[in-house]
Ligand binder design. Structure first.
Ligand code: UDP
Ligand code: MG
Length: 333
């Protein structure tokens, strides 16, 4: 009779081999750095004896990254390749990786070797200390001063002001997260860089640590000033959502009631004047104000109700995926 492991033995075995750490890398035309990157991650994580997996998400590359990734994923036991159907952008690519991840700790970093995989153990140490999110801070960032450093300084300041989560470097892709934190995050647009702020809203414990940063060795940056604008728009949306749209009725409803209340008060005053002092009020400008305030009140109130409805449908419709997977290549058991 062949030996069949008991259920608990199987579970134990799984716990032993299931990845504890998932490293997520979004990839758009990074063929030159891929092999070096996966090797560096392995060289860093193997000595820590933590079971890990690397999930490379190919975001519609056109430079041969896709083919190389598939070959690597077939031969390496520590690598899965998630191939998206087209280019969806960095946030969507990262979200695809997060959804695929099995680890308890998740690390994200860029494919271009600007982030240094040797910083990963420090991030893991912070997560183990009990933090839910650890953000990398590129203290000595190696990018162009005027087109990259300045806009990002302004962006970090603004985001900090709006969200009340003051960290130095929102834009650093090298971050660590507890898996539970990411499980129910709905990311879209450029939102991956707001993760610390979104996490804070969810009550997460957040910290940052200085990390290394290198100039881009191969290929070119996928971003220019256009992104700064898109990031700004996302920031405005978050601000608006937080302040107004979480409860439209609280804002528009109270404005409407105040307006109606004023209208009623002024109307009562005019009625009093008419009947108590027998004055003619037909030519009083205040009379028009009464009508305007009452109408505006009703409209604002309805606006609030409509807003509530919209927000609810908006949240319910978030189930829609922001990316589509073409195939997953993996020899991770
Ligand atoms: N990236 C992606 N999809 C895109 C653009 C970028 O997956 O549409 C990846 C890219 O391959 C890299 C990371 O996102 O791994 C950051 O991009 P990049 O290095 O160009 O940004 P920068 O470091 O210049 O801010
Ligand atoms: Mg880069």
């Amino acid at each position: 009779m062949s030996y069949s492991p008991s259920f608990s033995e199987k579970v134990l075995d799984e716990i032993k081999t299931a990845p504890q750490v998932s490293v997520i890398v979004p990839i758009y035309n990074e063929v030159e750095s891929l092999e070096a990157l996966v090797d560096l991650i392995a060289q860093t994580l193997i000595p820590t004896q933590r079971p890990y997996e690397v999930i490379c998400v190919d975001d519609g590359s056109k430079d041969g990254s896709t083919a190389l990734l598939k070959t690597l994923a077939q031969s390496r036991k520590d690598l899965s390749a998630v191939i998206l159907r087209r280019n969806y952008g960095q946030t969507a690519a990262m979200a695809a990786g997060f959804h695929q991840a099995q680890g308890q700790f998740i690390i994200s970093l860029d494919a271009d070797l600007q982030n240094d995989p040797t910083d990963i153990p420090q991030l893991l140490a912070k997560l183990e200390e009990g933090y839910d999110l650890v953000s990398g801070w590129r203290k000595y960032r190696q990018d162009a001063a005027l087109t990259r450093l300045l806009p990002s300084k302004i962006a970090n300041w603004l985001i900090g002001k709006v969200t009340n989560v003051r960290i130095h470097d929102y834009g650093c892709s090298l971050k660590g997260y507890r898996a539970e934190l990411l499980a129910d995050m709905n990311l879209y647009g450029e939102l991956h860089r707001f993760l610390p702020a979104l996490a804070f809203i969810e009550g997460a414990k957040i910290t940052e640590i200085p990390v290394k940063h290198h100039p881009r060795r191969y290929g070119s940056s996928k971003y220019g000033l256009g992104r700064t604008l898109r990031v700004l728009m996302d920031l405005l949306t978050i601000w608006f959502m937080q302040k107004f749209l979480t409860r439209p009725m609280h804002v528009f409803g109270s404005l409407g009631l105040t307006s109606m209340g004023l209208g009623v008060l002024i109307g009562a005053y005019l009625t009093f004047v008419k009947f108590a002092f027998n004055q003619d009020i037909g030519d009083r400008p205040l009379l028009i104000l009464v009508v305007v305030l009452l109408l505006a009140g009703v409209q604002l109130f309805s606006f609030g109700l409509l807003g509530e409805l919209l927000i609810r449908t908006y949240h319910e419709s978030q189930g829609r995926p922001i990316y589509r997977v073409r195939e997953v290549v993996s020899s991770i058991e």
